[in-house]
Design a protein around this ligand. Structure first.
Ligand SMILES: [Zn+2]
Length: 372
């Protein structure tokens, strides 16, 4: 009898304990994705990306936030250049306007990073031996870190943690979470007077000593000796996994701070893999916002639906939500409407518009009426 009573009381303690854990896990996620958690079948979420200049006044930020909120935006992704202080200042202003705040950061590409600049060896090195530290590919702001080195990775994750600690933030939002483009979007090639039909050494990363020696240790071959490293699947997979490792660690860090992890990614996994070595369907991430920017790829509006559907299908069985990123400049209002319909029809949980300041009055009309 005594034994069975003890057993009963320990059972009910266990049940109570599990119930409390269950409640705690609900309430931690509740605040973050309130818009999608409640009645997710019916709620379609609207996001926009903005970059914050710390010289601006609170009043001018509030004016913008009020406008976004009035026009149906639910969530804003704020780039504060990974500055948690500026984010702390903006969160209450945004919340006052019922906006969810996401801390948007440049992740592996870190232009203007004063700490990283003290360590030239942290930067990615191309197959032809050029470092992003002093000879970046394509554009001056392409300052890619090596994702493998312990120190550069730890630096990136410390910035993630700094943002995750800001009270009231819903997620840390990773952008540039990939390698530099091995293939540029087709519409950008003429701008750089480039033809990219194979993986060119100038745009192929990272061949620094740490990456090469770590790879050699596992696979007993040196990618620098390969005549055509683009067909070496272990080398490709090694790099896909290096990006995934940063994401998965970031996921643990933000969750330890009761926040979510979101990311801006390439249109759909196969395409992301091919262009920038980013296989986001394998990541631990709460939501992805694929940048399904049709005009970058000379595609039509229906492609937004195609790419959305592909991503949604690749995420089947995972808890990761997909919200379609739309590039609004030069879009006619009716095109924007069709794009949002295509995203919704193909399973997106929302749309993210790039970027807030670029949205015209005519486009706002479409967005707010789509909302109703
Ligand atoms: Zn490296």
């Amino acid at each position: 009898m005594v034994n069975s009573k003890q057993e009963q009381s320990s059972m009910s303690f266990l049940k109570r304990f599990l119930f409390l854990v269950f409640i705690a896990s609900i309430s931690c996620c509740d605040e973050v994705f309130a818009q999608t958690d409640v009645n997710s079948e019916k709620v379609f979420k609207f996001w926009t990306w903005i970059t914050a200049d710390e010289k601006r006044t609170n009043e001018s930020f509030s004016e913008d936030f009020e406008k976004y909120s009035r026009n149906g935006i639910d969530a804003i992704l704020i780039n504060t250049y990974a500055n948690p202080k500026l984010l702390e200042r903006l969160v209450p202003l945004a919340k006052k306007n019922d906006l969810e705040v996401h801390a948007w950061m440049f992740t592996v590409n870190r232009p203007g990073d004063k700490i990283a600049e003290q360590h030239p060896e942290w930067y990615a090195v191309s197959r032809d031996g050029k470092s992003c530290f002093d000879d970046p590919p394509y554009v001056g702001y392409y300052k890619w870190m090596c994702p493998t080195r312990k120190e550069s990775k730890a630096h990136i994750l410390s910035l993630v943690e700094g943002l995750a600690k800001v009270e009231g933030v819903a997620s840390v939002h990773l952008d540039y979470i990939r390698y530099s483009d091995i293939f540029l979007p087709i519409s950008l090639l003429p701008k750089y007077d480039l033809k990219q039909e194979t993986e060119l050494p100038r745009y192929d990363f990272c061949y620094c000593d740490v990456c090469v020696s770590e790879f050699e240790k596992i696979h007993h071959k040196n990618p620098k000796d390969s005549e055509n490293p683009s067909i070496d699947m272990e080398w490709k997979n090694f790099r896909l996994n290096k990006v995934k490792a940063i994401v998965d660690e970031a996921y643990d860090i933000v969750h330890a701070n009761n926040k979510m992890l979101t990311a801006a990614v390439f249109p759909y996994p196969e395409m992301a893999d091919h262009m920038v070595r980013q296989r986001w369907d394998k990541w631990n991430v709460d939501a992805v916002l694929p940048m399904i920017y049709h005009s970058f790829y000379n595609e039509e509006i229906d492609w937004i639906g195609y790419a959305t559907g592909q991503g949604v299908s690749d995420l089947k069985g995972k808890e990761t939500e997909l919200h379609t990123g739309i590039y609004v400049p030069n879009m006619k209002p009716e095109e924007l409407k069709s794009a949002m319909q295509a995203a919704k029809k193909n399973g997106a949980k929302g749309v993210a518009l790039f970027d807030g300041p670029a949205i015209t009055d005519e486009q706002w009309e479409i967005i707010s009426s789509f909302k109703d």
